[in-house]
Design a protein. Structure first.
Length: 234
């Protein structure tokens, strides 16, 4: 953006386009080459990080005031960021619960082979899912840039956003094995971690102890959902 307001929306469009491209590549690696999804995602992340390190000498750059409004301005009594979050949650809920694609996604998550035998084009379903995931990652990155008033590619990994996003999804009740979960549960997981962070800060808990407690919470949540899934058939 180079501090130029006229470049803001072009930059946003380019980044969204790159998000679609990254999600498409990731989806094709998983569906065509049968690479483990976690390994494919980590590999693509390392490639992108390497490209940024090789292409740019100075990462940090200021963003225009008009773009900072994403994180700091309000529309009426509500922050713009909250409205965007609400829009994403509603869109995600609608896609999962009210569209054919959402039903197919749950089917593929439950059993990819059964879904394939049922006539579902599993490769397309998974690829679209990775594109959507990549687009939400772009939106998150744009919000972080707006909030920090500058851009730097190491913020996501240094801030542990990748791990915390997985943790929020797990605590929200989404099964890592697939087939179970939803947007509202994930939103609940996000709110739980936000509440915990606020409590930890008020109490004055050490930053390293915070990570220990978060890890314990994740393990307990996964253990609880695993135990419940085992008990359900009986």
């Amino acid at each position: 953006m180079a501090g130029d307001p006229s470049r803001v929306w072009w930059t946003v469009l380019v980044l969204l386009g790159l998000g679609v491209l990254v999600g498409l590549i990731n989806g094709l690696l998983i569906t065509r080459l049968k690479i483990n999804p976690l390994i494919a995602t980590l590999g693509i992340g390392l490639i992108l990080k390497g490209l940024l390190n090789a292409a740019f000498d100075n990462f940090a750059g200021a963003v225009p005031r008009s773009f900072q409004s994403f994180a700091y301005d309000n529309i009426g009594p509500l922050p713009i960021s909250v409205l965007v979050l609400f829009a994403v949650v509603v869109a995600g809920w609608f896609i999962l619960r009210r569209t054919k694609y959402g039903a197919h996604l749950y089917s593929v998550g439950g059993s990819q082979e059964v879904a394939r035998l049922s006539g579902i084009r599993t490769g397309r379903v998974l690829t679209i899912a990775h594109i959507i995931c990549s687009l939400t990652a772009v939106l998150t990155g744009l919000f972080v840039v707006s909030r920090l008033r500058s851009g730097a590619p190491w913020v996501g990994t240094d801030g542990l956003y990748d791990l915390e996003s997985i943790a929020a999804v797990v605590v929200g009740g989404t099964a890592l094995s697939g087939g179970k979960g939803g947007v509202l549960g994930t939103l609940g997981g996000v709110l739980i971690f936000s509440l915990l962070d606020t409590m930890f800060n008020q109490i004055g808990i050490d930053a390293y102890l915070k990570q220990i407690l978060r890890g314990a919470i994740i393990i307990l949540a996964v253990g609880f959902y695993t135990f419940r899934s085992v008990e359900e058939p009986s």
